[in-house]
Design a protein around this ligand. Structure first.
Ligand code: ADP
Length: 368
């Protein structure tokens, strides 16, 4: 009988061991003295150690740091925990200097069912570095987007209420028209921003479809010229075209190629006060190459590495004179990858910039 009982106990123990060892989360059980009694393989992984001596103090192996980079005495925190508690703000620093964000759950548990039952603790540990960085990115995104929305909304609101005021007071049509024009241009900017955001969200979810068609390059460039001629003239700039003869149709997504070129052109108009903008197109065996050149403020060597990053805007005050989200080139890069194209940037501070995109012919989708 005793023997059978023992066997049952051992079986039971083995099942429990394999159960906790198969868990993805680190599990550490402690006695009331915060000494380790059970742990699993995932816990060793997170702590980056090979083994733990049973009965060693939790403080020896788990030394989290808090938001202010201060080491947390974990046993003190555990002993204070009367109810299950979760912390997502600690990090673990490894010997090589790298850190991870830690999910740490501390649950006090009764260790037996006697009247004076002693308390122990179960810790769950998880590496949440990726979730944390996504959360940080999302928070930054919301704060940048709301900031970018606020300015044009405030300007439109001010212009429209100014127009209303003038209607009531003097009825001066010139002032009213001027105010409405300002409000209109801010609303157009908001529409652009919303477009950027929705393209971005579709691109990030990877649900953008590439519709391949034969693109007439002369036709596309002429369309772009017609859309931007007025903006270019308004800034006293010149819009030049340089199209090689006999350009063959490009097989790619007209929508994305156009959107990419539009981003280059709007930037070149935005960041150029004197001179010209030139759109050129040429072809070699493998690629159709578009260049958008401007004689604007240019981009420093260090900034050139960052212009395609999400939200990046140069600190240069001449950049900050105009509205911008820092999303345009990020979205452009996403679209560029979708059509298997390559972007090059040739620029120097105060010397203007040239954005070059080389686009290959894509295979039309196979009809099953
Ligand atoms: P936005 O123009 O909305 O700020 P983009 O992603 O389109 O965002 O561009 C990122 C940054 O790259 C700009 O803020 C600017 O600093 C720089 N940049 C892009 N195009 C040009 C250009 N043609 N001339 C100078 N700077 C540019």
């Amino acid at each position: 009988m005793d023997f059978e009982l023992n066997k049952d106990l051992i079986n039971h123990q083995n099942t429990l061991n394999s159960l906790i060892n198969s868990m993805n989360d680190g599990v550490i059980a402690l006695n009331d003295n915060t000494e380790i009694t059970i742990y699993n393989a995932a816990a060793l992984n997170i702590l980056d150690i090979n083994n733990v001596k049973i009965k060693s103090k939790i403080d020896q192996v788990l030394k989290p740091i808090d938001k202010n980079n201060q080491e947390v005495k974990i046993s003190e925190l555990i002993l204070k925990t009367k109810f299950p508690d979760i912390n997502r703000d600690f990090r673990i620093k490894y010997n090589d200097g790298s850190t991870i964000n830690l999910y740490l759950s501390i649950s006090p548990v009764k260790l037996d069912y006697g009247k004076k039952s002693t308390i122990g603790y179960v810790l769950l540990l998880r590496d949440i570095t990726r979730e944390k960085s996504l959360e940080d990115e999302r928070d930054e995104f919301i704060s940048v987007v709301s900031h970018e929305l606020r300015t044009p909304i405030a300007i439109s609101e001010g212009s429209i209420s100014n127009a209303e005021f003038v209607v009531d007071k003097t009825g001066d049509l010139k002032t009213i028209r001027q105010s409405l024009k300002e409000a209109h241009s801010q609303i157009l900017y908001l529409a652009d921003l919303i477009n950027d955001l929705s393209t971005l969200s579709r691109a990030e979810r990877g649900v953008l479809e590439v519709n391949i068609e034969d693109i007439d390059i002369n036709d596309l460039v002429k369309e772009l010229k017609d859309s931007y001629q007025a903006d270019v003239e308004k800034k006293g700039l010149e819009l030049k075209l340089e199209l090689k003869k006999n350009l063959q149709p490009l097989r790619s997504s007209r929508l994305y190629v156009k959107e990419i070129l539009q981003n280059f052109i709007t930037n070149s108009i935005k960041y150029t006060d004197h001179g010209f903008i030139k759109i050129s197109a040429e072809q070699d065996e493998d690629y159709t190459i578009f260049k958008v050149k401007d004689t604007g403020i240019g981009i420093s060597k260090t900034d050139q590495e960052k212009v395609f990053d999400k939200f990046f805007r140069s600190e240069d005050f001449r950049t900050r004179k105009s509205n911008g989200t820092g999303l345009g080139l990020y979205v452009t890069m996403k679209l560029t990858k979708l059509i298997k194209a390559k972007i090059q940037l040739d620029s120097a501070l105060n010397k203007g910039s040239t954005f070059i995109i080389s686009i290959p012919n894509l295979e039309p989708p196979k009809i099953p």
